[in-house]
Each structure stands twice: as C-alpha cells, then as structure tokens.
Design a protein around this ligand. Structure first.
Ligand code: DGJ
Length: 706
C-alpha cells in the first residue's frame, strides 16, 4: 500500500506496494488528507517516461536503489561477498523484494518498518522510517546476512529523493577554533560528497547538508537537509543525476572490510536525520529543537552558570591558586565550578598521563576533597574534566597495557597522545572503573568529556560503538551526573552523541566574533541550552583579538553560559559587570532555553542579528552585533521577526554594563527615548532604526508584549 505519514506541516508518501523496493513519492510540504485512491493517482502521475538509451522500464528511485534496480548513481547501501560467484554478484547489486510493511502511529511519530529480502544475494534488509511529531524524518537500516559466507557492509543507509528546484547546496567546513563555516555551491550534475575520517566529527565536519531553492537563507526558501547522527566517520552527499533525479544521503562511513557479517549476523546503520523546511534554515531548528527538547536525556533546567578553569589557569593547579578563583566565581554568581585538564596523576602539561585517572598527589596532596568543599561551601556544583578515550605513551596505563593503544605502533602522535582502543578486552571496563571510582569518591555534578585527536585508523565503527556503550554505562550508574561532549572544541557534537550528553563545547575559541557565527550555525540543530558559551578574557586566547565586555557577555548570554577567564585577577569593576550579566542570564535563561530561535537575514552582512522568542509570544530577546564594518552611514531598519503578529510590544535596550559604542552623532529617536512600541507584524515586516555601532559591538533588545 501507499503510506502517507504527516506531521507538523510535512508529508512523507512511501509507495510500499511491492513487489519490489519501496520508494518515496513525496517528502516535503504537507499534502493534506489524501485517500487511498488519491495516493494511487499520485503514484500514477509520478511514473516517469522511458528516456532514450536507458533501462526499458520507467526508472523510479527506490530507497535502496543500486545497480540491481537500474540506479547507476552512488548507492547508499553497499554490500559485498568475496568473489565473482552469482551470489557475490547479486550481493553487490541487490534488488530486494518486499516481504512486509509494519506501520505504527503514536504520539511520538508515525513509523514504517519495511522488510525486504534478496534471495539471490542471501540478504535481508529492514528499513525504518520515522516521521517524528515535530516534522523530523529519521531513517536507518538493518542489514542481515542470510547467506552462507561473509557479507561485507560498505555502506548502510537509504537515498532520499528531493525535487529539482533544490538547486543550491549548503554545508559546513571549519578548523580548530573556527568551526562551522558555511559553504555554498550550485547543485549540479554529479556527486557532492563530504566525508569525515577523523573518528570523530572533526572541525571541518559537514554537520548539515542542505539543498534548497536558490538563495535560501535563515528566514526564506524551501530546503531539504540531512545530518548523520553518528560520532565516528561519516559520509553525507548530494547527487544530481542526468536521469533528472536528485538525492540526499547521510550515514556512517565504513572502511573496506570493517563490518563483515557472519551468516546470521545483522548490522544496524546510523540514524540519518532529515529535515524539510519551507521557512528557510530557521525552519530546520523550528523542527529539530522541539524534538531534541522532548528527549528523555534533555538537560535539566535551569542551566547553571559555569566557571571553567582552562583559560583561567591552564595547568597551574593547586588549592592556593584556585581558591581565589572559586571565591571570584561565587562573587560573580557562578553556579558550577569546573576543574579542567591538569588534575590527574602526572599531568603537569599536555604531553603525558592520559589514562591515569587518579588524583595527582603532588598537586592535590589531600585529593580533590578540599577544593570540592570550597566549591560547595561557596554554593556551587563541582565539575571535572576527563578524556577517557585517550592514552599517553608516557602514562602508567600505557606502560601496563601497551596492547590497549589503538592503531599502528609507529602511528603519528597528535597533541602528544594516542587513542585508547576501547574495544580491546578490558580497556573499556578499566576506564569505567576509574571514572566510576571518582564519581563515587567525590560529589561531582558534571564531567567535561574531551577527545583531543583524530583516530587516524581506517574504520572507527567499533570504537564509536564502544564510546557510546561506555557513556551509556556511566550514565546508567550515575544518572545525576551531567556530561559535556567536547573534542578540541566542537569536533564532536552530532545528534548521536547529543542524546547522551547535557552540553557540548562548540569551539575552543571564546572570541565572540568567531562565536557569533559558530552559534548561529551550530544552533541549526542544537538548541542553545546545549551550547557551552563562555566569557573569556578581553584579549581572546585563541585569536589574540580584543573584544569589549558587552560583546563578550552578550554573545555568551545566548548559550549555556559561563566564564573562562581569571576573574580573580580581574578588576572589581569587571567582576561587577560579570555579576550584573549573571543576573540578566538568570532572568532570561528560562526563555532562552525554551523559546524559538530566530536568526535574522540582515541586509548588511556586517550585522549579525538573532533572537529567541518565548513559546507564549509574550517576550523575546534579540541580539544585534556588528561583526564587520557596516556598509552604510546608517544601518538599515532592523526587523524583529517571530513575535505575535497582532500583539503590541514595547522594545527596549537591555543593559550589559557599558553601552555599545556608537559612531553616529545622535541615536535614533526611539532609542534615545528608551522604548519603541509596535505590533509584532510591523516589527517583523518594517522593523526599527538601530544605532550605528562601531565594529564588534553588541546591542541587546527585549520585546515585551503590552
Ligand atoms: C581541549 C578543550 O576543548 C579545552 O576546552 C580544554 O579542555 C583542553 N582540551 C584541555 O586539555
């Protein structure tokens, strides 16, 4: 039968009538209530002609399309049996017969599980499709070896067809401290592919691959996007075929021979998360944020203000050095104090000791108890940095277990460290035991879980599975402990790991100029409450760039905020400004961590503007930042989208200490008066004049319904 799944303005129509593979007839805008006859008519209407020099039957792209079905584009399912026997040939070019379709609809999602079988190849395939209540489409496959010899799995996903009008592509690249830089290109014939072989997402991770109508932007355009919810190697691609078919796919990138199924074994592919939007990129987060927020693993609220010691003291650990920082953290309103790298046995610099997860007695002669007591006495929670998947060659662990080092003995080091092979017998248990012992010995509310190098081995499937298993085991044993995913900054923040953590570290840069972009794009998928955002020193450690307090504070305000700066050594005035900002954060975080994120397409790229609107529509907070030199003498009127069209709002600046530096002789009249009153529709459509700010300044505006 033809199944029509509908949710939140999205329709997915799947032709699963058999006898062959199922095909998506439509994934996109909601089609309304179609009866069976109308769905049949839709299938009829879409049956293509037969072009010259092609297979003799109309080609219809199926979910598992490959050479066996006439698809000579890149298959999302790639299987092999050794040799050239008929069975081996069939396995490389399967053509599945429909066995069964199971549909379940509940409050969470409409689900289809399509069971398929290729008897010639001895392969069973189950395809899961879920159209989640919020309009997100999730899919994955299970491949079963029903043959007599090994079945190699080289790729295990499905192809999602998208319409020809999606003619422009967007994905992301990046570097350490410069993650998620957007890349645009036309979507032409051929395959555009992005592969990650980092064994973690990587700083240059494609993150989200979107195909959309020309010029699609934050607020406008129709687009289809995919993301691989997997924390190891991944491949995402878009292909436009000369057959007039365009596809998107995202999944795990497997190394040759890495997954070999013995007869009777099954392999489950990673989830592909796919999102359709007819409201630009903001429409992607409009679907994904509410879904992520509905997860059982969603972080508890309110999100605490965090003081992290890394850029404050680096490896300079001691009770004497840190007590003033604890006191300054408490004075400025921090709620969690996180002791970063440098606390464990022998870890006096970044060249050694990973794996030796016991407290360094030379630095902490009485253990972590005294610092934790100070932190608790100051009314804060205590958090600790760990990097459990790593091992230093210069460590007791490596000396005891050289066999636990992943990869070739002569493989290059990276940050002077190697990877711990979590699939080696005993290795994951050992790490679990060490972390478990720490969490039992001390009252630790939070672990910052780091991962500071690429694996540099072909095939990270077993390691990634073992990482998930270790995280899951630890979470089950210590359900109250929050975990942050960090990987040299933002090199591992996919939706696979996100299900297991309460926070991510989007980047090692605390430079607000970089963070403005990083937050805008990382938040396409990750709600702001997950994005660790710290106020750093005035001169950013990663870029050397100087930023005023207002720009640093206003940028960090829109995430899971904190401070990473030696505020004990800052001036009393600086601490007072941080204290006032902490109060603003406390006042707004309920809204910021539950509301709708709206990114604003400004006419001048030098102005980055975004806001968060309360679900009730009662209030919103907007940030307007100059991230370059404005093009015009006066900035264009700034639209404030997302408010209730008919309600009237009072718009007022929110102070973060020193006012933003402006370079006009006189401010706009309303700004001078302190308030503008307009209807939501007017604010969205026309907007209001804003002051001409100097580069790298930030203005915060609240809109409150009257
Ligand atoms: C990389 C992280 O991203 C930093 O925040 C910090 O924790 C260092 N590692 C510590 O080694």
């Amino acid at each position: 039968m033809i199944h029509h799944l509908r949710a939140a303005g999205v329709s997915l129509v799947v032709d699963a009538r058999g006898p062959g593979e199922p095909a998506i007839l439509h994934w996109g805008r909601e089609l309304g209530d179609l009866d069976a006859a109308e769905l049949d008519a839709l299938a009829q209407a879409l049956a293509p002609a037969v072009p010259p020099s092609s297979i003799d039957t109309p080609f219809r792209l199926s979910l598992a399309a490959g050479l066996g079905t006439g698809w000579s584009g890149r298959p999302a399912l790639q299987l092999a049996r050794p040799g050239v026997s008929a069975v081996a040939q069939a396995a490389r070019s399967p053509r599945f017969a429909l066995v069964d379709v199971m549909r379940t609809d509940d409050a969470e999602a409409a689900r289809l599980v399509v069971a398929l079988r290729d008897d010639d190849a001895g392969i069973g395939l189950d395809i899961e499709l879920e159209l989640i209540r919020q309009g997100v489409l999730r899919s994955r496959v299970h491949v079963g070896n029903g043959g007599d010899d090994a079945l190699l799995v080289a790729a295990a996903g499905i192809l999602l067809p998208i319409p020809a009008r999606a003619s422009e592509l967007l994905d992301f690249t990046g570097l350490w401290a410069r993650e998620r830089r957007p890349l645009r290109r036309p979507f032409l014939h051929g395959v555009h592919t992005r592969e990650s072989r980092h064994g973690r997402g990587g700083h240059d991770n494609a993150f989200l691959l979107a195909a959309g109508t020309p010029g699609f932007a934050f607020e406008s355009g129709e687009l289809w996007a995919v993301h691989a919810a997997w924390s190891g190697d991944t491949a995402v691609w878009a292909e436009r075929s000369t057959l007039g078919v365009a596809t998107l796919a995202a999944g795990e990138l497997l190394a040759p021979g890495e997954v070999a199924l013995a007869p009777g074994e099954r392999h489950t592919g990673a989830w592909t998360v796919a999102v359709y939007s007819d409201a630009g990129l903001n429409g992607v987060s409009d679907r994904v944020h509410p879904w992520v927020r509905s997860w059982a693993s969603a972080p508890p609220r309110p999100r605490p203000l965090t003081l992290n010691t890394w850029e404050a003291v680096y490896f300079d650990h001691s009770l004497d050095a840190l007590v003033p920082l604890v006191e300054a953290a408490a004075e400025t309103g921090m709620e969690r104090f996180v002791l970063d790298d440098g606390w464990f046995h022998g870890r006096r610099d970044d060249r050694r000791a990973l794996g030796d997860w016991i407290v360094d007695e030379s630095v902490w002669p009485e253990g972590l108890g005294p610092i934790i007591e100070r932190v608790h006495a100051a009314g804060m929670q205590f958090g600790l940095w760990v990097e459990p998947e790593m091992i230093s060659v210069d460590s007791d662990l490596a000396r005891a277990h050289p066999d636990w080092v992943l990869g070739r003995a002569d493989a290059p080091e990276w940050r002077f460290q190697r990877v711990l092979d979590l699939s080696a017998p005993g290795a994951a248990d050992h790490v679990f035991d060490r972390l478990d012992a720490l969490l039992r010995a001390y009252d630790i509310a939070y672990l910052k879980w780091d991962h500071n190098r690429d694996l540099l081995v072909a095939g990270s499937h077993a390691q990634t599975r073992a990482f998930y298993a270790l995280l899951d085991r630890l979470r089950a044993a210590h359900p109250g402990v929050e975990i942050e995913s960090c990987a040299s900054g933002g090199a591992r923040l996919d939706l696979g790991v996100l299900e297991r953590v309460a926070r991510v570290w989007p980047s090692d840069t605390n430079d607000p100029l970089e963070r403005q972009r990083i937050h805008a794009y990382t938040s396409l998928l990750l709600p702001p409450e997950y994005l660790g955002a710290h106020v750093g020193a005035a001169r950013a450690h990663t870029t050397g760039r100087h930023a005023d307090a207002g720009f640093r504070l206003g940028t960090a305000l829109f995430g899971s905020a904190g401070v990473e700066w030696n505020i004990a050594a800052a001036t009393a005035d600086d601490r007072a400004v941080v204290r006032a900002w902490a109060d603003v954060y406390r006042q707004w975080r309920g809204l910021l961590h539950s509301g709708r994120v709206v990114r604003i397409d400004t006419a001048d790229a030098a102005i980055a503007a975004h806001g968060v609107v309360a679900a009730s529509g009662d209030r919103a907070l907007y940030s307007i930042a100059t991230v370059g030199t404005p093009a015009d003498a006066l900035p264009p009127a700034l639209r404030l989208p997302g408010l209730d069209a008919e309600r009237r709002y009072a718009v007022r600046p929110v102070s973060l200490g020193p006012a933003p530096v402006t370079i006009a002789d006189a401010p706009p009249a309303w700004y001078h008066a302190g308030v503008a009153e307009q209807r939501g529709r007017t604010l969205e459509t026309v907007g209001l004049a804003v002051p001409l700010m100097a580069p790298e300044q930030l203005l915060l505006l609240e809109a409150v319904a009257l």
